[in-house]
Design a protein around this ligand. Structure first.
Ligand code: PGA
Ligand code: ZN
Length: 418
């Protein structure tokens, strides 16, 4: 075991051109680690606080210099010269140093960047690949998660041309990441051709690299996905299934779901989702209801939990207390795991274990604002996520993760679970 010599951070830019943090950690034996943190656009209200400067003269208030200073001037002097045997020891120290319930003093972005950089430094110290270190930390056998690959986008990721946020494809029968990406590429090209024929759209993409034509309705997005799968020569449902991130909190106002020129109450919204699940090859519905509409979620759970993943993102925010409540009240059966929603690896692992013990499926997820860092792929493999959701196959901040999964499969010889 060796002590921390230094932690430091600088402000870098994410895939939307917005500031975020890159942190470095150096241990006394010379091992080092670096990591950068992502950032969401459709964030949940219960997420830990991402500290932004609020200075309108820099990056429209989105600068991260305060968070950077918190790493360099507060966290560094506090950890310098200390030994932390485990990730949990460091994370607990950082959480106590912050002292707030939602990491608002130092910022979840500052804390997570340090947490991840330390994780990489520890992996280096042990001469382990990051995924193997993460697996050991969690007491799990590593395996590759199934990618959920973004095809179409709407909502907050595409200027709101249609209500629902993201539609993904999943390949249930495919046994490798390599083949998954080949098929995804076929379907993506067919979808791009369809977008061009039907909507006169050039290849313009949304935040996560998905296509964002001017669909007339949310359902048109689902229908077009099925058409693209068929046009690419695959069987919808058997070869290529769909998942949808409705991100319903984004269009919920005054108790109504404002979708496709309608203002639905919760039971009408559940009816709509059930109709989609019956008519399209959907295996997962993420955030089908508003993050505060627990009653609506329970209705949806009763209706569809036996058939599809009722997947909580904004509802749960990778927060153990919220996951516990959802388990106890039959509100969801799957959790999206976004480490920056909670702000440390240790708390994310707690959320993961709680959900897994309840028999839930886990989707390890990127954010809509990402960097070229690829730690998420190692996390997905090391913690043996059922699925990994990192966006489309068109932008390098996404491909950094897919390419790392290809490496883990072909060089580290990990296999897809299931
Ligand atoms: P976000 O989107 O990173 O903008 O929150 C991803 C998601 O909602 O799953
Ligand atoms: Zn989501």
């Amino acid at each position: 075991m060796s002590e921390i010599l230094s932690v430091s951070a600088l402000e870098i830019l994410d895939s939307r051109g917005r500031p975020t943090l890159l942190a470095s950690c150096r241990l006394s034996n010379g091992s080092t680690g670096q990591a950068s943190v992502p950032s969401g656009a459709s964030t949940g209200a219960a997420e830990a606080l991402e500290l932004r400067d609020g200075d309108p003269n820099r990056y429209a208030g989105l600068g991260c210099l305060k968070a950077v200073a918190n790493v360099n001037e507060t966290i560094h002097p506090a950890v310098n010269g200390r030994e932390f045997a485990t990730q949990a020891d460091l994370d607990k120290f950082l959480i106590d140093l912050d002292g707030s319930p939602n990491k608002s003093r130092l910022g979840a972005n500052a804390i997570l960047a340090v947490s991840l950089a330390f994780c990489r430094a520890q992996a280096a110290q042990r001469r382990q690949p990051l995924y193997a270190h993460l697996a050991q930390m969690a007491g799990l056998q590593p395996s590759l998660p199934q990618p959920m690959i973004n095809l179409f986008s709407g909502g907050a990721h595409a200027g709101g041309q249609v209500a629902i946020q993201d539609l993904q494809i999943v390949l249930p029968g495919v046994s490798s990441i390599r083949r998954t990406l080949e098929v995804a590429s076929d379907v993506f090209r067919a979808a791009a051709a369809l977008a061009s024929d039907r909507f006169g759209m050039r290849l313009l993409t949304a935040d996560e690299g998905g296509l964002a034509p001017a669909f007339k309705s949310s359902e048109a997005m689902l229908r077009s996905a099925v058409e693209a799968i068929e046009a690419a020569g695959y069987r919808p449902g058997e070869d290529v299934a769909l998942t949808v991130d409705v991100a319903a909190s984004q269009f919920h106002a005054a108790g109504r779901y404002l979708i496709d020129d309608a203002a639905l109450d919760r039971s009408q919204m559940v009816d709509l989702l059930e109709r989609w699940a019956r008519n399209y090859p959907l295996i997962s519905i993420e955030d089908g209801l508003d993050e505060a509409d627990w009653t609506g979620w329970q209705l949806l759970y009763k209706r569809l939990a036996d058939e599809v993943m009722i997947l909580g993102d904004d509802l749960l925010c990778t927060n153990p207390a919220r996951i516990q409540r959802a388990i106890a009240t039959d509100t969801a059966n799957s959790a999206l795991l976004k480490v920056n929603q909670i702000g440390s690896l240790t708390e994310a692992l707690e959320a993961y274990k709680l959900a897994k013990r309840a028999g839930w499926k886990i989707v390890i997820s990127a954010r809509s604002g990402e960097t070229e860092d690829d730690w998420l792929a190692d996390l997905g493999a090391g913690w043996a996520g059922d699925y990994i959701k990192v966006g489309s196959i068109t932008q390098s901040e996404r491909l950094a993760k897919y390419n790392r999964l290809l490496f883990l499969e072909q060089v580290e010889a990990l296999s897809l679970a299931g």
